[in-house]
Design a protein. Structure first.
Length: 152
């Protein structure tokens, strides 16, 4: 899928990922969409903020602000990378029914568990998302391992 034909919401998530990288962080981005409008945007800001929890999806949900349960149940979460256990837990807590994932080659969260809980996953296998993560992991493996809770 070329950049010009890429879904506008995944493109917005990729732009968030690039912001994170430009800030010295990890290039993962996310947007929350309700009824065709972006209501939240975020990128991994753990490094920038010295945070334990500001993965892209968590930052996105935070930027979307307090929402009613019915809003989340109509939402689609876009993420450039397969969500980890923590971010998947937030999806389950708020009963977000659908996640569009840029790629899951460089990291795969608990996708089968999400599916078993009724979450629809759409995997795009997007080359730009894959490239961002492969380049970052090669350049900063220690930072990547820290982000996913692994020892070096």
């Amino acid at each position: 899928m070329g950049a010009s034909s890429k879904d506008e919401f995944m493109q917005a998530a990729i732009e968030e990922a690039k912001k994170g990288l430009a800030e010295g962080g990890i290039p993962i981005g996310s947007v929350l969409v309700i009824e065709g409008s972006i209501v939240g945007r975020g990128h991994n800001r753990r490094v920038q903020e010295g945070s334990a929890v500001l993965h892209a999806e968590m930052d996105c949900l935070e930027s979307a602000g307090r929402r009613r349960p019915r809003d989340y149940r109509r939402a689609v979460l876009y993420s450039t990378l397969s969500p980890c256990d923590m971010c998947s837990g937030a999806v389950l807590l708020y009963k977000i029914p659908r996640i569009v994932i840029g790629e899951h080659r460089t990291f795969r969260g608990p996708e089968e568990y999400l599916r078993s809980r009724g979450v629809e996953l759409v995997i795009l296998d997007d080359e730009e998302c894959i490239g961002l993560m492969r380049e970052f992991i090669a350049a900063r493996p220690e930072l990547w391992n820290e982000d996913i809770g692994e020892e070096e």
